[in-house]
Write a protein that binds this ligand. Sequence first.
Ligand SMILES: NC(=O)c1ccc[n+]([C@@H]2O[C@H](COP(=O)([O-])OP(=O)(O)OC[C@H]3O[C@@H](n4cnc5c(N)ncnc54)[C@H](O)[C@@H]3O)[C@@H](O)[C@H]2O)c1
Length: 215
Amino acid sequence: MKVLITGTSQGIGKAIAELFLQKGHCVVGMDREEATIVGENYSHIVCDVRNELPEIPDVEILVNNAGTQNEDDIDINLKSLIRVTEKYGVRKGIVSVLNIGSASGHTGAEFPEYCASKGGVIAYTKNVALRVAQFGAVCNSLDPGGVLTPLNDCVVNDPALWDQIMAETPLKRWATAEEIAQWAYFLTVDNRFCTGQSIVVDGGESINSRFIWPE
Ligand SMILES: NC(=O)c1ccc[n+]([C@@H]2O[C@H](COP(=O)([O-])OP(=O)(O)OC[C@H]3O[C@@H](n4cnc5c(N)ncnc54)[C@H](O)[C@@H]3O)[C@@H](O)[C@H]2O)c1
């Protein structure tokens, strides 16, 4: 299938692109940085998703992954995701749209504009699911907790902060980008009936509420 993925130069988007390529799909990556993937079935467009978007015909799977933290979060994580989806995703021929949100869109934790942008992604995911159903297509969001990517180097490489984070994480680890890519693949290729849903993959962090009761 023809797959458009935003934010493929590093992190989760790169891992998702590499998995689709391994499985034999044709991937177009869009990132404001140069390509870091080389492959016969991979083509790369250097483009900031806030700017004018190029013509890319016949996209069958769209993965909206490009995102930031504390840099124009509403514009990049939400408004540009909407523009990209309206251009490439809401049309005849689309099979699946996947938005990479965040567990913080459910919990309200993290930075104000970041969690608000990701909360918006949850609502917009349902809106798109309702509109692409006429094409037999699905739209979901995949909402990770902590993932081991360069975005998080500042806490992953600080032993004291890392200990605090692990104390909040029932499964005592963070996901790898490759693990999130497996979820992305399942939700867009294998899944044909789950739609309008937001799947939290966070090692139990968001359900970690304490039960207070007499001993
Ligand atoms: N890493 C985590 O812990 C985590 C957790 C939850 C959700 N997420 C979400 O996953 C997605 C990917 O995060 P990551 O950790 O891989 O980040 P990352 O910073 O490692 O990679 C993001 C990629 O998106 C590109 N990008 C950013 N802004 C862009 C723009 N305006 N136009 C085009 N490309 C742009 C960057 O150049 C980069 O290649 C983001 O939407 C992020 O919010 C990440």
